[in-house]
Design a protein around this ligand. Sequence first.
Ligand SMILES: O=CN(O)CCNC(=O)c1cccc(Cl)c1Cl
Ligand code: NI
Length: 183
Amino acid sequence: MILMDNVIREGHPTLRARAKELTFPLSKEDKQLGQDLMEFLINSQDPELSEKYDLRSGIGIAAPQVNESKRIFALHLPDDSDNPLSFVAVNPKIVSHSVEKTYLTNGEGCLSVDRNVDGFVPRHARITVKFFTLDGEEKKMRLKGLQAILFQHELDHLNGVMFYDHINESNPFAEVPNSQPIV
Ligand SMILES: O=CN(O)CCNC(=O)c1cccc(Cl)c1Cl
Ligand code: NI
């Protein structure tokens, strides 16, 4: 199982590398990696397991964060949100996006960043995405709100981008033009 000791932190070169596409059928190891990423999210959101294994809670995790430079990540948005979202995405892509932006007024956090970095992280408000499941099935879906933000945060990790790269340096809380914030 993935533990915090397996999570690499800022400064590790893998976080700034472009991760490599996977080929199908996936190797046993790559399938296991996808399953391990999802298991980490579920464990990290479980009060007992997160305490037992000292896990920082996460709603997404990308393979580069455990030093696997592969284009695969897992999202697991708690089922108390209006519509639950939980999947492992292989070779994910954004195929189209809104002009309008969005951002979380509380900012974003990252398991690979052991500090608070305040500021608005402007993201596409609505995205159409494509990815493959661990079994090689192609999926296409439209995401908005926190689900869209989360997908973009994880896809950034596959491209060596950190959330704070998007924060306005001169004024972290500067108004974001043409945006609908999420409180
Ligand atoms: O890459 C994934 N992580 O670093 C896991 C920890 N961060 C979060 O759960 C998190 C928190 C707030 C907003 C977003 Cl968008 C995310 Cl992703
Ligand atoms: Ni992150």
